[in-house]
Design a protein around this ligand. Structure first.
Ligand SMILES: Cc1cc2nc3c(=O)[nH]c(=O)nc-3n(C[C@H](O)[C@H](O)[C@H](O)COP(=O)(O)O)c2cc1C
Length: 205
């Protein structure tokens, strides 16, 4: 996204330069085109600021830290919904991709993981470098819960989510409840996972 923003700005600057090369346009039209391009850049900038406000920076003060591992976006979407849902219950939650978990401060209450599986039971793009460079010792005694996404038609159903749960437990982290395996992002099972969390973490309904 950061690269896309830079590319758009570079294209706008190039277009402005081209407009000023076209002398037969006349300076009135050249100014008009420049103003339109500037207004467009301003709109893009405002949209970016709004997006950043909707996704506050990850903070060590958060009650929950939600880490997602996704290939095609479902786990990220569900993680974002989870954060909103927790927010409505008065809880704070920070969001990160699993590959960046090592850079985040630990949450006050629990680590929540939304992890999809790809390939033949493999890690998806935003989780394929975890736990490299993460000191798993820091998760000792940390409560956690895993929402494992997959598809029942694959022989290695939810393999990556289960592997994440296993590695955390082996490192000494404390599962709030067993990983919930969800096929094709079934909303009923996602809801069931959330109910388990509410019960285990004593979140008001
Ligand atoms: C190429 C491919 C390979 C997949 N491999 C598995 C698998 O081995 N095990 C599994 O349970 N699900 C597998 N799935 C299903 C995905 O995990 C499931 O659709 C999930 O909801 C995708 O989540 P995402 O959008 O966060 O990546 C696979 C899906 C695709 C497209």
């Amino acid at each position: 996204m950061r690269h896309a923003g830079k590319l758009i700005l570079a294209l706008l600057a190039l277009t402005t330069a081209l407009v000023w090369q076209m002398e037969d346009l006349g300076s009135g039209r050249q100014w008009l085109a420049t103003l339109v391009l500037l207004a467009y850049a301003l709109l893009l900038w405002r949209a970016k600021v709004r997006r950043q406000r909707q996704q506050p920076a990850v903070s060590g003060e958060a009650d929950y830290l939600i880490a997602y591992a996704t290939e095609t976006g479902t786990a990220r979407q569900l993680a974002q919904q989870m954060r909103k849902r927790l927010g409505k219950q008065g809880c704070t939650a920070a969001l990160t991709e699993l590959n960046r978990l090592a850079d985040q401060s630990l949450p006050a209450k629990a680590l929540l993981l939304v992890a999809s599986t790809t390939g033949q039971g493999d890690a998806p793009r935003t989780g394929d470098r975890w736990p490299t460079n993460d000191d798993l010792k820091r998760y000792v005694d940390l409560p956690f819960a895993v929402l494992a996404l997959g598809d029942r038609s694959y022989p290695q159903f939810c393999a990556f989510g289960l592997s994440v749960a296993g590695q955390l437990q082996q490192a000494g982290a404390k599962p709030l409840f067993a990983p919930v395996q969800v096929s094709q992002a079934d909303p009923a099972m996602v809801n069931y996972w959330y109910q388990c969390l509410q019960k285990a973490a004593d979140i008001p309904v």
